[in-house]
Write a protein that binds this ligand. Structure first.
Ligand SMILES: NC(=O)c1ccc[n+]([C@@H]2O[C@H](COP(=O)([O-])OP(=O)(O)OC[C@H]3O[C@@H](n4cnc5c(N)ncnc54)[C@H](OP(=O)(O)O)[C@@H]3O)[C@@H](O)[C@H]2O)c1
Length: 258
């Protein structure tokens, strides 16, 4: 194995991916497995996690699929316990579970606002804290929060105040956790994706007017392919980013560059 392969390799590491039952979470799980990691897959739809587990196991990974609602701190604690029981360690956490509510701010209900914050912000904190404690005890670990371009800039045309608020909070919480844990071996970074096909975005992707707006607004002139997130994820998960913490890497075809 070359020095560069070793730098980016994840052989023997254990990675937890939340929201691994659909969309880009499936992509993160595949990328981490391809780099050599064993996986804990979490979401509420466990049948989908089990199907992905079969696929990844066939490719050589050891995989634990487990139902977990990230808004329930007790379930997150149980997920962490199951991970440590099965693998004895946790090296990587991808905090990917997320939802949105597209509605003009003046019409957004209190319930919807709290629901989005509860998954995207509280859930991300519960997971970072519970798995972070285990990482701090071990003196090493990498947490990757999945933020959004709408954690860095506003949205407006796709009105989603709770989502934008939650992702902005995730970007700044990433900095704070990184600062608190940097001397104890735990790095915390974020990825801010632009537009990728998933259950969250499928209505937009199937609407030609929306897609032509998207192509016009994105410097790269197109949405992203899920595989285009693999590089940032493997970089942040691996020793290749050993001196990188508190950062948010936009993978957005230039959306936040203009
Ligand atoms: N696709 C994009 O263009 C894009 C852009 C920027 C950021 N993102 C972010 O990427 C992440 C994944 O989104 P996606 O686009 O792949 O959408 P998606 O296909 O709708 O996937 C969302 C995932 O989150 C899980 N989830 C939702 N609520 C949960 C809960 N309470 N507990 C545990 N898991 C929960 C869902 O699983 P269950 O329903 O089975 O629980 C599902 O696996 C989100 O954080 C999203 O904000 C996506």
């Amino acid at each position: 194995m070359s020095a560069v392969e070793e730098l980016f390799g994840l052989t023997g590491r254990v990675a937890v991916v939340t929201g691994a039952s659909s969309g880009i979470g499936v992509g993160f799980a595949r990328a981490l497995a391809q780099a050599g990691a064993n996986l804990v897959l979490a979401a509420r739809r466990v049948d989908r996690l089990e199907a992905l587990a079969v696929e990844l196991a066939e490719a050589g990974a050891e995989v634990l699929p487990m139902a977990c609602d990230v808004t329930d701190a007790k379930q997150v604690e149980a997920l962490k316990d199951a991970c440590l029981e099965r693998f004895g360690r946790v090296d990587i956490l991808v905090n990917n579970a997320g939802i949105t509510e597209v509605v003009p701010a003046e019409n957004e209900s209190d319930e919807a606002f709290l629901r989005v914050l509860n998954v995207n912000l509280n859930g991300t904190f519960y997971c970072a804290q519970r798995f972070g404690r285990a990482m701090l005890e071990a003196g090493q670990g990498s947490i990757i929060n999945i933020a959004s371009i709408f954690g860095m800039v506003g949205s407006g045309s796709i009105p989603q105040a709770s989502y934008v608020a939650s992702k902005g909070a995730v970007v700044n919480m990433t900095r704070e956790l990184a600062a608190q844990w940097a001397r104890r071996g735990v790095r915390v970074n974020a990825i801010a994706p632009g537009f990728f096909l998933s259950e969250m975005t499928e209505n937009m992707f199937s609407d030609e007017r929306s897609m032509s707006w998207l192509r016009k607004k994105t410097p790269a002139g197109r949405p992203g392919e899920v595989e285009e997130l693999y590089g940032a994820a493997i970089f942040l998960a691996s020793d290749a980013s050993s001196y990188v913490t508190g950062q948010t890497i936009a993978v957005d075809g230039g959306w936040t560059a203009i």
